[in-house]
Design a protein around this ligand. Structure first.
Ligand code: GLU
Length: 530
């Protein structure tokens, strides 16, 4: 199998899905997965796109067997491991001409000399008659090509001019019968098809159609899974296999339906992502104008979650299982269960997958991912997983095991690792601000006086400092004094976390300890009045 992107920009998530399905199918059958760069259209070349594609596939764990070396570069010279190199079509340019000439020799193609002005004039004339111009069996005999010029004139032009092409000579009124692994049997009459350009003398390069067929043949591709935008090209591709005499080894084809917008109809586009705030690219991309697009990686998605979500966009295992590792996908994937209809992308479902994968990760794994986020926000993380739990709020420093404790506590509430910070920043530093409307509602002098006394009581409490014990002690103390529980608690919570909602007070206290409790009470008193 192969994935054959053109480096014309960042890979859209639909492209990653195509690569993934090829990869899964290949791996399931013990096959190889090749990355081939289809860069014959130099006008559409975008710097950095090739590197982006390789990095994105790598991030997803869709690692090519052939085409990319250990350093993540496209392989240029053949070796045992990469027998079909080079894998960039621009570096294979020498290969294609002879195949195009072979088609001419066998009567399947011809030389066309029409200038762009000629074609423009033919187009305008057709429009004048209310028709659209196509270079095909009807028009070819009134145009400038080796079918209409004398052999001598043809030879002269081939030698003396460079603005000519080789076109496929689409046969007349022939039914092309094709089979698609997803769509079944398809028939198309060649009268509806045109004479596509296969090779251009001007840049000595093949067009997509020729290069694609020749390379799939030379690279021994057995199945092609690609986007449905290539379905209209399939009859030509079938005709090319026939013309080359390669029908026996023609790959089987599967054309995947589009990914659709979350709401409404139509193809999922970058604009939908921008509008609704979800990424459509695997990695962040900055275009030539300096505009950045979101990437799943940078937005905090786990690659496993992204891959799992993508796999389910258009495929299902036939039962209601939803969570699959890459290995499980390789086992379970089947073309029969790939749907014909377009798959509606649901950004909430993408988040759901991430949340599920987050829950499956160990506290230590999550802590390791969270530490750099904390450090970027000025919190020092010290020690190791075997070291004791400690914190020094004055120095904005906590131990690794402290972070792990926080992670264990709030894991269930988080979708992304970065949520650990936004859910409970007050477990790492005293609140810098207090939510105004909560202050207005709960910050009363009499509540503060009682709350402060409760804090003092807790400072002198000598029992075990667990959330459970601390919670019970605090409640019993307030209740025993017949103080208004809700009012005191809300005041405490405001002083501890800066708001009247969030984690339970006992949980917060179990982390930050007595000293910090008193210090936050004092600080809130200073700032909000006592
Ligand atoms: N280069 C084509 C693309 O960019 C490949 C299509 C195919 O797989 O045949 O999608």
């Amino acid at each position: 199998m192969r994935f054959a992107p053109s480096p014309t920009g960042p890979l859209h998530m639909g492209g990653v899905r195509t690569a993934l399905y090829n990869y899964l199918f290949a791996k399931q059958r013990g096959g190889d997965f090749i990355l081939r760069i289809e860069d014959t259209d130099s006008n559409r070349f975008v710097p950095g796109a090739e590197e982006y594609i390789i990095e994105a596939l790598n991030w997803c764990g869709i690692v090519p067997d052939e085409g990319v070396d250990a350093d993540g570069r496209v392989v240029e010279t053949a070796s045992d491991r990469h027998p079909h190199a080079p894998y960039r079509q621009s570096q294979r340019r020498g290969i294609y001409r002879k195949y195009a000439e072979q088609l001419i020799a066998n009567g399947y193609a011809y030389y066309a000399f029409d200038s762009s002005e000629d074609l423009e004039a033919a187009r305008a004339a057709a429009e004048g008659r209310g028709e659209t111009f196509t270079y095909n069996q009807k028009s070819r005999l009134s145009l400038c090509n080796s079918l209409t010029l004398s052999p001598e004139e043809t030879q002269r032009r081939l030698k003396e001019t460079t603005n000519w092409t080789i076109r496929f000579k689409m046969p007349e009124n022939t039914v092309v019968a094709m089979d698609d692994m997803i769509r079944g049997h398809i028939e198309v009459n060649t009268d509806t098809l045109d004479d596509k350009v296969l090779w251009k003398r001007a840049d000595e390069l093949p067009t997509y159609h020729l290069a694609n067929i020749v390379d799939d043949h030379l690279m021994e591709i057995t199945e092609v899974i690609r986007g449905e935008e290539w379905l209209p090209s399939l009859p030509l591709h079938y005709m090319l296999y026939k013309a080359f005499g390669w029908e026996e080894t023609r790959p089987r084809f599967a054309h995947l339906s589009l990914l659709l917008k979350p709401v409404g109809n139509g193809k999922l586009s970058k604009r939908d992502g921008d509008k609704m705030g979800f990424p459509v690219f695997p990695l962040r991309w900055v275009n030539a104008e300096g505009e950045a697009s979101h990437g799943y990686r940078e937005d905090g998605y786990f690659p496993e979650a992204f891959v799992n979500m993508l796999a389910m966009l258009g495929w299902n295992p036939g039962d209601d299982r939803e969570l699959f590792s890459m290995d499980e996908l390789i086992q379970a994937f089947s073309m029969e269960k790939v749907q014909k209809a377009g798959a509606k992308f649901n950004p909430d479902k993408a988040k759901w997958f991430n949340k599920e994968y987050l829950r499956m990760k160990s506290d230590e794994e999550l802590t390791d991912l969270f530490v750099p986020i904390l450090e970027a926000d000025g919190i020092k993380v010290t020690g190791c997983y075997k070291c004791p739990v400690s914190h020094d709020f004055a120095a904005s420093s906590v131990s690794k095991n402290y972070v792990k404790g926080v992670v264990a506590l709030i894991k269930e509430r988080a979708t992304f690792v970065a949520d650990f910070w936004t859910i409970a920043p007050y477990l790492f530093k005293a609140p810098q601000e207090y939510v105004e409307k909560d202050v207005a509602k709960f910050w009363k002098e009499e509540n503060y006086t009682l709350a402060y006394k409760a804090a003092e009581h807790m400072a002198s409490y000598e029992g075990p400092w667990t959330a459970e014990a601390v919670g019970t002690e605090l409640e019993e103390f307030i209740r025993g004094n017949e103080w208004p529980m809700g009012k005191v608690m809300n005041c405490l919570r405001l002083a501890l976390s800066g708001a009247s909602s969030g984690l339970g007070i006992a949980d917060i206290l179990s982390f930050i300890g007595k000293e910090e409790f008193l210090s936050r009470m004092a600080r809130a008193g200073e700032k909000l009045g006592k």
